[in-house]
Design a protein around this ligand. Structure first.
Ligand SMILES: [Zn+2]
Length: 340
């Protein structure tokens, strides 16, 4: 964050290992104790078939195993980066209505399901248009919606989203496999250590523009908000869009669209301070799925948007993504989420 105050008490910049350690401290230790399957039974006694002539032994009590080390969940940037490598390096460009997008959606659905989420894909109609200089036809994209066990959409919850599509020419490592990778690891953490407020995770289809103007982009999130029943809309306590979150930077960009409540961005900013990760909320923008929610009066914010040369081009390859930045973003969002 730029520090116009000249405050000498700036947060220390922490290495990833330290930050992860802090997350452990922040989230607490839920996994106390552990499996007792390997423990000797309390009723264990010398076998009745043991020869009676056997002398008394002092070895009846086996050396106890050391207690299991508690393992608080921590964000795993290497897992998030592996998603970037898969989507950008293996699947490649995944324009919203393409077969490659369908492949990416199936991959994300399988990843969520492996974590125990209930997943649906909802269709999103997209018009023909211009995908950053490349003509594209009309078709159907999908939102991939993942709910934890017992989820009730009309009860208070959080939505964390990341768009899965790319412009036609770009493999989309930063834009936006980075956001999808962070989202999937947050989903892993939330499954292991459920936050107080349940989280619905959404990989949005068709975020990228197919022409100019508000009606020609963010199709997946606009459709999601439009189709939400009023009772479910009011149940969304906060929405966060993870979009372009991996290019190395001195801070984590935080933004709103500039027209609604700042409560989500305020809380994210506080969480970044708490986690010791610098953040920068100086640049509001409407260029991601948070804007669809903000327009509907739902508290929302965007994380990410560091400029980079490969933007919307064939140069948006995994090498532009810095795992350490993914880690900083993951820590900030998890700290925010677990503080709600
Ligand atoms: Zn994007």
């Amino acid at each position: 964050m730029a520090d116009p105050t000249g405050d000498t008490e700036k947060p220390r910049r922490l290495g990833r290992r330290q930050v992860l350690g802090m997350v452990g401290a922040v989230t607490g230790v839920a996994l106390v104790g552990g499996c007792s399957d390997d423990e000797p039974s309390a009723s264990a006694s010398p076998s009745a078939t043991e020869p009676s002539s056997r002398p008394p032994t002092r070895t009846a009590t086996p050396t106890p195993s050391p207690p299991p080390t508690p393992t608080p969940v921590a964000f795993d940037a290497s897992e998030a980066y592996a998603v970037v490598e898969h989507l950008a390096g293996q699947v490649g460009p995944r324009e919203a209505a393409s077969a490659a997008f369908d492949e990416a959606a199936a991959y994300v659905q399988a990843r969520f399901e492996a974590l125990g989420y209930t997943v649906v894909q909802t269709d999103v109609a997209v018009p023909a248009g211009d995908s950053w200089g490349v003509p594209v036809g009309s078709g159907t994209s999908q939102n991939v919606i993942a709910d934890p066990p017992g989820f009730a959409a009309a009860a208070p919850h959080v939505v964390i989203g990341a768009h899965l599509d790319t412009v036609a020419a770009a493999p989309g490592a930063e834009d936006n496999a980075s956001g999808v990778g962070v989202m999937l690891d947050l989903a892993r953490m939330a499954a292991a250590e459920p936050p107080a407020l349940p989280v619905r995770f959404i990989a949005f289809g068709a975020e990228e523009p197919r022409g100019r103007g508000d009606s020609m982009h963010h199709f997946g999130s606009q459709a999601y908000v439009r189709e939400l029943p009023a009772t479910q809309r009011s149940a969304v306590v906060a929405m966060v869009s993870l979009d372009r979150v991996g290019v190395a930077a001195a801070s984590v960009p935080l933004a709103t669209g500039g027209t609604g409540t700042t409560q989500v961005v305020d809380a994210l900013s506080a969480a970044s301070d708490q986690a010791g990760v610098p953040s920068d909320r100086s640049q509001d923008n409407r260029a991601s799925d948070h804007w669809s929610f903000e327009k509907a009066g739902i508290p929302s914010a965007r994380v990410g948007s560091v400029p980079y040369p490969g933007y919307h081009s064939a140069g948006d390859v995994p090498g532009v993504v810095d795992p350490a930045q993914l880690g900083r973003v993951g820590v900030v969002v998890w700290t925010w989420l677990t503080g709600l």
